[in-house]
Design a protein around this ligand. Structure first.
Ligand code: C5P
Length: 230
């Protein structure tokens, strides 16, 4: 297993494209995140192939369903050999605890991470669906609930990392997307942080997609990020 803090987001529609990128980076120097599009098109086979190439896989399927269904989905993901997986904290404590229990007997247990509120949710949508309080209060409350339910950490913005790190201690995993190396294109991300800023803020793992995957030389882009963190 690599000890890299960099998780490369493989947001590709096909297994061929995902494997092609994976061949250009070193499994000892990064981990890979697979999401709903790639998994829905390519299925467990893509996880198996990338695992066989030596990569640690974060299966980003954000499970949210009744507790027994989520528990069985988490069990299936663990059986695939993934390193990290996630569930929606809005599924509540019973769902999260069931997920955690489904993994409890594994000797090499995958990390189980909670998604709090999606960053695509704005105040207007938040109110419209009937949630009360503010978005930031809700994120903190859901992160507390995740920890109390036995989850290993949460996905959060690097902006939230300082507060969450202070409240949850060093063992709680903070997985942060929205990372942009200095001078790189922010694209559709808004409140970005550079890799060193995010680590300083308390991030455990940095999810980085296009700054690596769209680079002419992905391994060079990865190395430049490593250098900035050294
Ligand atoms: O290419 P980029 O670095 O923007 O990719 C970021 C990855 O992190 C994408 O897979 C995106 O879906 C994911 N993500 C995010 N913001 C969140 C949660 C996940 O950008 N709040």
């Amino acid at each position: 297993m690599s000890d890299s803090k960099i998780i490369v987001a493989l947001d590709y529609p096909t297994m061929a494209a995902a494997i092609s990128l994976a061949k250009q980076v070193d499994p000892n120097r990064c981990k890979l995140k697979l999401g709903k599009e790639l998994f829905t098109r390519s299925g467990p086979q893509v996880v198996e192939q990338l695992t066989a190439m030596g990569f640690d896989i974060f299966l980003d399927l954000k499970y949210h369903d009744i507790p027994s269904t989520v528990a069985k989905a988490c069990r299936a993901a663990a059986d695939l050999g993934v390193w990290m997986m996630n569930v929606h904290t809005l599924g509540g404590p019973a769902m999260m605890t069931a997920a955690r229990d489904a993994l409890a007997n594994d000797t090499q247990r995958p990390l189980l991470i909670g998604v709090t509120l999606l960053t695509s949710m704005d105040e207007q949508t938040f109110q419209h669906i009937g949630l009360t309080g503010t978005i930031s209060e809700t994120v903190l409350r859901l992160a507390d609930m995740a920890e109390q339910s036995g989850l290993d950490g949460v996905v959060c913005s690097a902006q939230e990392a300082t507060t969450l790190r202070a409240q949850h201690g060093q063992q709680f995993q903070l997985v942060t997307p929205g990372i942009r190396p200095a001078h790189s294109d922010t694209g559709d991300q808004h409140r970005t942080m550079t890799p060193p800023e995010a680590i300083d803020a308390g991030s455990s793992y940095l999810v980085i997609g296009r700054p690596i995957t769209a680079a002419q030389n992905p391994m060079q882009a990865l190395e430049a990020i490593e250098t900035s963190l050294a």
